[in-house]
Design a protein. Sequence first.
Length: 215
Amino acid sequence: MKHKKINLSHIYKELFNAFGPQHWWPGETSFEVIVGTILTQNTNWGNVERAVNNLKSAGKLNPKSFKNIPEEELAKLIKPAGYFNVKAKRLKSFIKFFFSQYDGDIDRMKKVPLNILRQELLGVNGIGPETADSILLYALEKPIFVVDAYTKRFLIRHKVIKESAVYGDIQKLFMDNLPRERKLFNEFHALIVKLGKEFCRSKPKCLNCPLGKYL
């Protein structure tokens, strides 16, 4: 398969013109966004919202409550998000790290350089590159591009990358060819998710796709 270059700035403009601003990531606080990024692993956002609402209704969606809540009780509250026992362990692992390193203080965490924070997050059980980068971008306001399955799918279909491309390679493509601006990375990733859900599905709907002319 022959691969080609693609102008990512043009792609961004096409998607923005087609879909408009996405207002992502939804969350009232940075801590809520972090919880959401961990809960959204292997599920859809509707299920995450139900789990988040359970936490809010129980008055548990804050760092101190998360530190004190028993893992079994947390698992029951987040049950709508699926894999609730696994995700409860991951949330408790994060909160242990959060208090040991930053005393549960988001503002203190935000002051740490991106590269240091990323390595720390990747050292937390259950947090891989996509989740770490989502936390960095959406909760901690750091300029890093988040890569997900939608991103890889549309780039493969447009013959920009090989199917064997790994997370770091795809991230580098965006980081090296766009201004390193948090708001741009935020919006672009959200627009790619929109593209993946509406057009670039596992069974693609190429007719009327805003990127159709690039195929």
